[in-house]
Design a protein around this ligand. Structure first.
Ligand SMILES: CSC[C@H]1O[C@H](OP(=O)(O)O)[C@H](O)[C@@H]1O
Length: 343
């Protein structure tokens, strides 16, 4: 299965450690950060040097390999480092899932850095193939010609492959769909304006940045024929946690009769949670809201909310595009995602 593309690569596992493309500096500057200790990786995840549900899972997995190197012969120290990695950000299940998978192998076979790195590499390869399968499954759902709105960044800067929602867009364009992509800026970190616009434009994909507040306008004007977003965690009933603002897009899409697709690997599905109310929502530093490029835009002392994610109820989701096929409601409402089968 072809999985390569011209998509950018956001991480490199090298003999001296894990190198991460510093996504806080894009698109102005392509600067790499070296992580040689597990706490370097945990900090990079917390500070969003690296971000994106599947990709922070891969980074966390390599962080375990760094922990085995640093704490050779001290399994308890590796366990403590793994706990710091798996809890660096709470919402994306991929992080805990990936770290737990590597640790399960180490507990069986020994706390060797080579084993951890091998398992992290397998995770990355699996995510590359998963992105490709998601892209292929979702491409057929995209308009042959028209506007597609996407939120946040779900591409090669969020995964080890071509992306989830952005992977759907990439594969649809590769198949000849004539798409105009509307990328919401995605305040406050600006994943859309800074990252998605950078990723897609450098590949010649027609992308237009809009403010988050323009989503209703482009839908009302008939400029958008589909919405496709990613996910950080999907509950058993199909409720979806994703970047803040996703829920509003789903409501707008439903009001305008526009299909609202979620693209996510099964590694983002958390069958232990019955519905979206149980998904932990990360609240980040309010200064990320009140400051733009380091400039205070709100009066000093005025508080700001900063939930980094929201939950879209399954009934607003047209379909979830996964690496195991497309899932349609009401299956998502009546059956756990795992047992649901495409109609
Ligand atoms: C491939 S899904 C990426 C997912 O992660 C993003 O969150 P963040 O940028 O805070 O890591 C966003 O929710 C995307 O949909």
């Amino acid at each position: 299965m072809e999985t390569k593309s011209s998509a950018v690569r956001a991480y490199r596992w090298e003999p001296d450690g894990l190198w991460l493309l510093d996504q806080r500096r894009l698109p102005a500057e392509e600067r790499w950060v070296a992580c040689r200790r597990p706490e370097d990786v945990a900090r990079a995840i917390r500070e969003m040097v690296v971000r994106g549900a599947p990709l922070i899972g891969v980074a966390g997995a390599y962080g375990v390999a760094l922990a085995c190197r640093l704490h050779a012969g001290d399994p308890d120290a590796v366990e403590r480092a793994a706990e710091q990695l798996r809890t660096a950000r709470p919402t994306a299940i991929n992080l805990a899932w990936a770290v737990d998978r590597v640790m399960a192998r180490l507990r069986r076979e020994g706390y060797a850095a080579e084993l951890a790195a091998e398992e992290a590499g397998r995770l990355a390869d699996e995510d590359q193939h998963s992105c490709w399968r998601i892209g292929e499954a979702g491409a057929t759902l995209m308009p042959v010609e028209g506007g597609v709105l996407t939120h946040c960044n779900t591409g090669a800067l969020a995964t080890a492959g071509i992306g989830t929602a952005a992977g759907v867009i990439r594969r649809a364009v590769a198949r000849g769909h004539r798409l105009r992509v509307y990328a919401t800026e995605t305040r406050p970190y600006l994943q859309g304006a800074r990252l998605t616009a950078w990723e897609l434009s450098r590949e010649g994909i027609d992308v237009t940045v809009i403010t988050d507040g323009m989503a209703g306008y482009v839908m009302q004007k008939g400029l958008v024929q589909a919405v496709v977003v990613g996910a950080d965690r999907v509950a058993r009933n199909g409720d979806v946690a994703n970047k803040i603002g996703t829920y509003g897009l789903a409501v707008l899409a439903r009001a305008h009769g526009i299909p609202f697709y979620v693209a996510a690997p099964y590694s983002s599905v958390d069958l232990s949670l019955p519905d979206g109310d149980a998904i932990p929502i990360e609240h980040r530093d309010p200064a990320e809201v009140t400051q733009v490029a380091g400039v205070e835009v709100a009066p000093p002392g005025v508080p700001a909310l900063h939930p980094a994610f929201d939950v879209t109820p399954a009934h607003l989701v047209t379909a979830i595009i996964t690496d195991r096929g497309v899932r349609y409601p009401p299956y998502l409402r009546s059956l756990p995602l795992e047992e649901a089968t495409a109609p």
